[in-house]
Design a protein around this ligand. Structure first.
Ligand SMILES: [Zn+2]
Length: 182
């Protein structure tokens, strides 16, 4: 797997393909069209790679950044930026992913723009619906991953315990040991 899906919803996993956003050099996980193909297949959104090209990659990153701008505005209680709203609405108007029933079950196929349309529509549902209130940013400062906190009591602190949660806990443990020993 080239990509991770910890966020509980695909549009936010997609936003997470630009990692460590506030670092001087964020990590770009969608560096090539092939990595965009992998994202769609690994996410389960499409069964076949959509065979992305460079233009698709540019449009995909535009949608990703528009989703991030909307989520960031929501987290900071600012009005939603009009340009990002227009971008998400435009891409949400695209054709849906094609579903086919066959002897082995369902097959999902489509172009990059069909996949992006699905992500844009899900974004509209999150930001326009009740789940917008569940948006959080991971509390490990370098991470910057955003996710939906669907946990009971809404006390989820990290995008994923396996990565950030354990790192924060290990750092806290080391800090405690250090203060005991010094
Ligand atoms: Zn995290």
């Amino acid at each position: 797997m080239n990509h991770a899906f910890p966020c509980g919803t695909l549009p936010l996993d997609f936003v997470g393909t630009l990692r460590a956003r506030r670092n001087a050099a964020p990590m770009e996980k969608l560096a090539t069209p092939e990595l965009l193909d992998d994202w769609f297949v690994e996410s389960g959104m499409l069964d076949l790679a959509p065979v992305a090209n460079e233009a698709d990659l540019t449009i995909a990153r535009e949608l990703r950044e528009a989703i991030y701008d909307l989520v960031a505005a929501r987290l900071e209680d600012r009005p939603l930026p009009a340009e990002a709203v227009a971008e998400v609405n435009l891409q949400a108007s695209g054709l849906p992913v094609t579903l086919r029933l066959g002897p082995d079950g369902t097959t999902r196929t489509g172009s990059v723009s069909q996949g992006l349309a699905a992500l844009a529509r899900e974004t509209v549902e999150i930001l326009g619906g009740d789940e917008g209130a569940l948006l959080r940013e991971c509390t490990r400062p370098e991470c910057t991953q955003v996710y939906l906190d669907r946990s009971r009591g809404h006390r989820r602190e990290w995008c994923a315990m396996r990565t950030c949660g354990n790192r924060v806990k290990a750092a806290a443990y080391r800090a405690r040991q250090h203060s005991v020993n010094s």
